[in-house]
Design a protein around this ligand. Sequence first.
Ligand code: ATP
Length: 234
Amino acid sequence: MLKVTGIETFYGKIQALKGVSLEVEQGKVVTLLGANGAGKTTTMKTIAGLLKPKTGTVEFLGENITGMRPDQLLRKGIALVPEGRAILSTMTVLENLEMGAYHRNDHDIKKDIEQVMEQFPILKERSEQLGGTLSGGQQQMLAIARALLSKPKLLLLDEPSMGLAPLIVADVFRMIREIKSSGTTVLLVEQNAKQALKVADYGYVMETGKIIINGEAKDLLEDPRIVEAYLGKK
Ligand code: ATP
């Protein structure tokens, strides 16, 4: 579904990505792991069209989408939930969800909002509340639900568990499992390597702008290099 080949992305003269290649198959959850500053967010932003790679290509469903704008990519079915959530704090939960569907012109929007609220009841309970009054975990759920309302084929999640208490982290991962079982393909950037590998089918590990390890998630959970660097002693 998604094929990234040899992308190199720069911030001015600083080269953040040094030839990153990865693939995401339809219906799978793929996780991208690595320490702070490894280049995970830069990879996500390059895929989502927020940054342009100097070299390399991004293909989606067989089409070369390198350098296309985020709004064009959203229409093609790629939705990014950025790090730090970025929900609209002065709009209600319902209005936030409606914003997620702003570019759609089909007649199912209302039905889809109701379905998302059934699936994630806390959003229904709080539908008239302002986004900014939700807890961190609820805001993250709202950000993900809003992205789902664009009906993405590929959902890019950048560190959805960041800054959340452990119990809430479990809720966020439960949400990712539900998204997976509904058939949406996910690329997930996480600091929380263990949980990410448990939900994922396949994983990549980045270090200083490069992919250094990749493999089936269940194998990576046992890989001594991963256990030592990212999972801690058992
Ligand atoms: P984190 O978990 O901290 O988000 P990351 O793996 O997502 O880390 P990136 O944010 O992609 O890493 O950063 C990759 C490299 O690019 C780092 O060396 C970082 O310092 C640099 N970088 C990121 N954003 C900018 C920017 N706006 N200007 C200059 N350099 C940047």
